[in-house]
Design a protein around this ligand. Structure first.
Ligand code: NAD
Ligand code: UDP
Length: 313
């Protein structure tokens, strides 16, 4: 049994990760300030004596003895990370320093949930880890993108300077049950709009692309990454390489929900990436042939069922 700390453990991805690690027989400590996460996401774990939920903001240091740390705390959707951009930068940067400092002292392995946003609006397609990215340092998305880029720098430097055992994964658009219904991300927005018979809001003409990964596939990749030897530090892309336009996604969700909602077009937000698709060759090599196994139809079916239930409640 390992003792594992998850920051952002009451959020969408963190709550699934905690559940999985508990089911595998570990002790799980979950830190969260409940900015976008909630107790409801983990309430079903409260009966497990090996689960602990602690209200804590990772911009402040935290002292504990654990074997592994998954650093997930950070709002992930544009409307949430743009609500208080300075706080977003602090969460990524000071949060990384606090978790790296902790790892250094207790010699724990530490995994950083980085993002495909480090590639910005990419000029290389699909995106390999060797691509440096095309990020606006002073735009609407910068607090998130640059915060995550700086966190990667800190991880690499703590590894080189202090021998901290780091793992960096660059996560591409991930969806599934327990996404926040109002978090503004495209999958949750379209499903909720379709189920409520409201207009489906496509930003721009809908030709921009994303590659959507179901949450279980991501967890498998993250857990495999944590199990690699110390020489594997990443960054490694974790995403589903099947690419869709946003219009295709809207049409698929309309068909699967049987909704009569109309598609409407709204202005494209500033610096919205035109295309995104992971090159997962490195993950396949380093993570024991890891690749996503849940296709968009299967994943959407489960996510739609979740939101149907949630909206009824
Ligand atoms: P989420 O918003 O559901 O989860 C983030 C969690 O962090 C929430 O529970 C929130 O309350 C908590 N949090 C935020 N600031 C905090 C702070 N200062 N101190 C403590 N807790 C704090 O988002 P998610 O989709 O589950 O994302 C989890 C991680 O994965 C994030 O770091 C995100 O950047 C990264 N990521 C997610 C995606 C995706 O598509 N979902 C893609 C790339 C990277
Ligand atoms: N998007 C959209 N309608 C929405 C929400 C998002 O057309 O209601 C678009 C958004 O402009 C972007 C894509 O969908 O091009 C993915 O957006 P999301 O916020 O989910 O993720 P990110 O842009 O961070 O990849």
């Amino acid at each position: 049994m390992k003792r594992i700390l998850i920051t952002g453990g009451a959020g969408f991805i963190g709550s699934h990760l905690g559940e999985r690690l508990l089911n595998e027989g570990n002790e799980v400590l979950c830190l969260d300030n409940y900015f976008t996460g909630s107790k409801e996401n983990v309430i079903h774990l409260f009966d497990n004596p090996y689960f602990e939920l602690i209200r804590h903001d990772i911009t402040a240091p935290y002292f504990v003895e654990v074997d592994e740390i998954y650093n997930l705390a950070c709002p992930a959707s544009p409307i949430h990370y743009q609500y208080n951009p300075i706080k977003t930068v602090k969460t990524s940067v000071m949060g990384a320093i606090n978790m790296l400092g902790l790892s250094k002292r207790i010699k724990a392995k530490v995994l950083q949930a980085s993002t495909s946003e480090v590639y910005g609006d990419p000029t290389v397609h699909p995106q390999p880890e060797s691509y440096w990215g095309n990020v606006n340092p002073i735009g609407a998305r910068s607090c998130y993108d640059e915060g995550k880029r700086c966190a990667e720098t800190l991880f690499k430097d703590y590894h080189l300077q202090n021998g901290v055992r780091i793992k960096i994964v660059r996560i591409f658009n991930t969806y599934g049950p327990r996404m926040h219904p109002n978090d503004g991300r495209v999958v949750s927005n379209f499903i909720v709009q379709a189920l409520q018979g409201k207009d489906i809001t496509i930003y721009g003409n809908g030709t921009q692309t994303r590659s959507f990964q179901y949450v279980d596939d991501l967890l498998e990749g993250m857990v495999r990454m944590m199990q690699t030897g110390d020489e594997v530090t990443g960054p490694i892309n974790l995403g589903n390489p099947t690419e869709f336009t946003i219009l295709e996604l809207a049409e698929k969700i309309l068909e699967m929900t049987g909704s009569k909602s109309e598609i409407i077009h709204m202005p494209l937000p500033q610096d919205d990436p035109i295309q995104r698709k992971p090159d997962i060759s490195l993950a396949r090599t380093k993570l024991n042939d890891w690749e996503p196994v849940v296709n968009l139809d299967e994943g959407l079916e489960k996510t739609i069922a979740y939101f149907e239930k949630l909206l009824k409640e």
